[in-house]
Design a protein around this ligand. Structure first.
Ligand code: ZN
Length: 171
């Protein structure tokens, strides 16, 4: 089932997530729903916080919503090694209308578990490396605004406040 994507400044996006100690049917269902939501929104990654759930769980598929050939479920992912530095241009489904350039590690090694609780390690570079860093940021309660300049962030905050007021007035 596709779920609604939560947008900044919803506090769930800014809270650190809980580690998953048991992969229950609810966690599996959440993971499947996240995949459906990611594809429906043409995304290449989605973190549980983005559908309002505070679990350390993310899904990525950098092949894109049309191809759908590289799906990875990440339970409790952690970055265990990084190297190099690149500048990446990123957007986020939860920060609509915002785009920025950020410094990221060029390569990352990520340790996680799959939906059967089996541990694995990914050596990632290029888009997958960026995507993993972006999603793990979400699981640490960080959005791309936290990595942008104070000025860019305050401009975006103002825009959002205006937009929320307008929404309130129109009911
Ligand atoms: Zn995001």
């Amino acid at each position: 089932m596709e779920r609604e994507v939560v947008a900044y400044p919803d506090p769930v996006l800014l809270r650190e997530t809980k580690k998953i100690t048991e992969i229950t049917p609810e966690i599996r269902e959440l993971a499947e729903d996240m995949v459906e939501t990611m594809y429906a929104k043409d995304g290449v990654g989605l973190a549980a916080t983005q559908v309002g759930e505070s679990w350390r769980l993310a899904v990525v598929d950098v092949s894109g919503p049309k191809e759908r050939s590289s799906l990875i479920f990440l339970v409790n992912p952690e970055i265990i090694e990084t190297s190099g530095e690149v500048e990446s241009e990123e957007r986020c489904l939860s920060v609509p209308g915002f785009q920025g350039k950020f410094k990221r590690a060029e390569k990352v090694k990520v340790r996680a578990q799959d939906l059967d609780g089996k541990e694995f390690v990914i050596d990632a570079e290029d888009l997958l490396a960026i995507c993993l860093q972006h999603e793990i940021d979400h699981l640490d309660g960080r959005v791309i605004l936290d990595r942008s300049s104070r000025l860019k962030r305050s401009l975006y905050d103002k825009k959002i406040q205006k937009w929320l007021k307008r929404k309130k007035r129109s009911g």
